[in-house]
Write a protein of this length. Sequence first.
Length: 66
Amino acid sequence: MFIFPEFGRMIIVGLMILVPVCLIYKKAGFHPAWGLLVFLPGLGLLLIFLQLALLSWPNIKNKEQQ
């Protein structure tokens, strides 16, 4: 009977996590859908940190091209 308020809270908290992660990916030049990795326990967060730390960001231009 009282499942809907908890489900609504889960959706709100999920969006509060997903929206900033997607904005970070968008500003880095990656597709924002990569932000869905945040919902994979353990491995997802590790993949996010490794991807953002080790891959070259598409929106940063090489100094040689300028």
